[in-house]
Design a protein around this ligand. Structure first.
Ligand code: GAL
Length: 422
C-alpha cells in the first residue's frame, strides 16, 4: 500500500516537473502529439498512416516514437523509462491489463469530456471499456479489436496440394504434412516468445474449449493448469514445432507472413494483423489467401484490442491530445484504419460494408462470441491476466517450444511460475 502511494506521488511529481519545463517551449509544441507504438511492419505502418493523416488534417503535428516488437513488451519498457524521467509521451499504444495498471497509477489523462461528447459509453463494447476506464475515468481511446485464433493460408498452395480449409486439428495437421511432403514449409513461424504465446492461445482454445481457456488462463485455476488437457496443449505445441522450418528462431512475424504470401509456406497461425501484410502486398482474401479460425475454435474469439492510452501533458498540449482521442473513435476513422490494419472497429455501430470477406467474418464472429459469452481475452496479448502472469506463461511456453522440455515438465513449471507471479 505504502509503496503504491509513493510510486503514485513520484510519478505525479515527475510529471509536474515535466509540465513546467514543457510550458516554456509550450507554444512550439502546442499542436503536436508524440505517439509511442509498435506498429512498424508494412501493413501496420500503413494503418497508422491513416491516423497521422487524420490529425494532420486538423493541423496537428505527429512526432513518431516507434518501438518494434509485437505484443508491445519492448514498447512498455520504453514507456516506463519515459514516465520515470518525467517525460511521458502524449499517447501510447497499449493493451488490456497494462492500461488498467497505468490508470491506477494516476498519471493518465482524463478523457471523460471527449468520451461524453462522442457517446463512447454507448458505442464501445463492454469487453474494451473494462480496460479503458478506471474508477469511472476514461484513460484510453480504443482503436480496434483484433483476435489471435486465426490461421492464414496461401490459396494457390492449398489448391495445388488438393487441401480444403481444415475444420479439425487432425485435418490441419494432415494438411501441413502434405505441404511438408511437397517440400514446402508447413507452418511459417517466428520464434519469439510472444509469437509462441500467440499460437498457444489458439492451440489451448482448440484443445480445451472456452471453459478450459477461462479456467486456465483467466482464473489461473491450479487444477486446470496441471490437467491432462494442459499436457495435451503442450503436446500439440511440440507437434507444431516439428512443422516449422529450421530458420524460424527470432524471425519477425511479418517475415513469417511473407513466407505464406510468396508461397514458400502453407500456413501461419497469427492474429489478424497478419491480414494487413497480405493486403499491403496487394493480395485479396478468397483469391490469394484464406483466413479461418484455428481449427476447433470456430464460435470463440480470443480478442485483443489496441488502445491509445493518454498521459497527462501540460496545458499547451492538452487540446491536440483531446482532438486525437476524439478522432480515434470517429466512425470514419474506425473504418479507414481497420480496413487496412486487419482488425475490426472498436464500436458496435459500424457497418461491415467497407470490410473484405475476412473482416466481415471477424465482425460476425465477434458479435456471435459476445452474445454467447465465448469472447475471451487473449493471454498472449495482455487481455487475460496482468503482465507478470503473462510473462510467466511466455517463459514456459517458449522454453518448451524451443527446447527439449517434456510436456509433463512444462505443465509442472507452468503451474509453479504462474503461482509465483500472482
Ligand atoms: C499486437 C497488436 C497488433 C499488432 C501485433 C504485432 O500486440 O495488438 O495491433 O500490432 O501486436 O505487432
Amino acid at each position: 500500500m505504502t509503496a503504491k502511494i509513493t510510486i503514485k506521488k513520484t510519478f505525479k511529481g515527475l510529471l509536474l516537473g515535466a509540465a513546467i519545463s514543457a510550458s516554456i517551449t509550450g507554444a512550439a509544441q502546442a499542436a503536436e502529439v508524440e505517439v509511442l507504438h509498435w506498429w512498424t511492419s508494412g501493413g501496420e505502418a500503413k494503418a497508422l498512416g491513416t491516423l497521422r493523416e487524420t490529425l494532420q488534417g486538423q493541423d496537428i503535428t505527429w512526432k513518431d516514437m516507434p518501438v518494434a516488437g509485437g505484443g508491445g513488451s519492448s514498447a512498455m519498457t520504453v514507456l516506463r523509462s519515459r514516465v520515470m524521467s518525467g517525460n511521458a509521451p502524449t499517447a501510447v499504444q497499449m493493451m488490456g491489463f497494462d492500461i488498467l495498471d497505468w490508470g491506477e497509477q494516476g498519471v493518465t489523462a482524463n478523457l471523460n469530456d471527449v468520451a461524453k461528447a462522442g457517446n463512447w459509453d454507448a458505442v464501445v463494447p463492454a469487453a474494451l471499456k473494462r480496460f479503458a476506464k478506471t474508477n469511472g475515468q476514461w484513460n484510453s481511446a480504443p482503436v480496434n479489436v483484433h483476435s489471435t485464433n486465426w490461421v492464414w493460408g496461401n490459396k494457390a498452395v492449398l489448391d495445388k496440394l488438393g487441401v480444403a480449409v481444415p475444420t479439425s486439428w487432425d485435418e490441419f495437421i494432415s494438411a501441413m504434412q502434405k505441404a511438408k511432403a511437397a517440400g514446402l514449409t508447413p507452418l511459417a513461424h517466428g520464434g519469439q516468445a510472444w509469437q509462441d504465446a500467440t499460437v498457444f492461445d489458439g492451440v489451448l482454445m482448440a484443445t480445451g474449449g472456452v471453459d478450459f481457456y477461462r479456467k486456465a488462463l483467466v482464473d489461473l485455476d491450479e487444477t486446470a493448469l496441471t490437467s491432462q488437457t494442459m499436457e495435451q496443449v503442450f503436446d500439440r505445441m511440440k507437434q507444431l514445432r516439428g512443422l516449422v522450418d529450421d530458420n524460424f528462431s527470432g524471425r519477425d512475424w511479418n517475415l513469417a507472413s511473407a513466407m505464406v504470401i510468396n508461397g514458400q509456406a502453407a500456413f501461419q497461425m497469427m492474429g489478424d494483423w497478419a491480414k494487413g501484410e497480405f493486403l499491403n502486398a496487394g493480395k485479396v482474401p478468397g483469391e490469394d489467401f484464406v483466413c479461418f479460425r484455428t481449427p476447433g475454435t470456430q464460435g470463440t474469439v480470443t480478442f485483443n484490442a489496441d488502445q491509445f492510452a493518454m498521459f497527462q501533458v501540460d496545458e499547451a498540449r492538452h487540446d491536440a491530445q483531446m482532438k486525437m482521442a476524439s478522432a480515434i473513435l470517429s466512425p470514419e476513422f474506425q473504418i479507414a484504419f481497420n480496413t487496412v490494419k486487419g482488425s475490426v472497429p472498436a464500436r458496435t455501430d459500424v457497418s461491415d460494408e467497407a470490410f473484405d470477406a475476412c473482416g466481415k467474418k471477424a465482425m460476425a464472429d465477434l458479435k456471435e462470441a459476445g452474445a454467447n459469452d465465448t469472447l475471451i481475452g487473449s493471454m498472449a496479448h495482455g487481455h487475460a491476466s496482468p503482465a507478470a502472469v503473462k510473462n510467466a506463461f511466455y517463459d514456459v511456453i517458449t522454453a518448451h517450444f524451443n527446447g527439449d522440455m517434456s510436456s509433463k515438465e512444462a505443465v509442472k513449471q507452468l503451474a509453479a511460475s504462474v503461482k509465483n507471479a500472482i
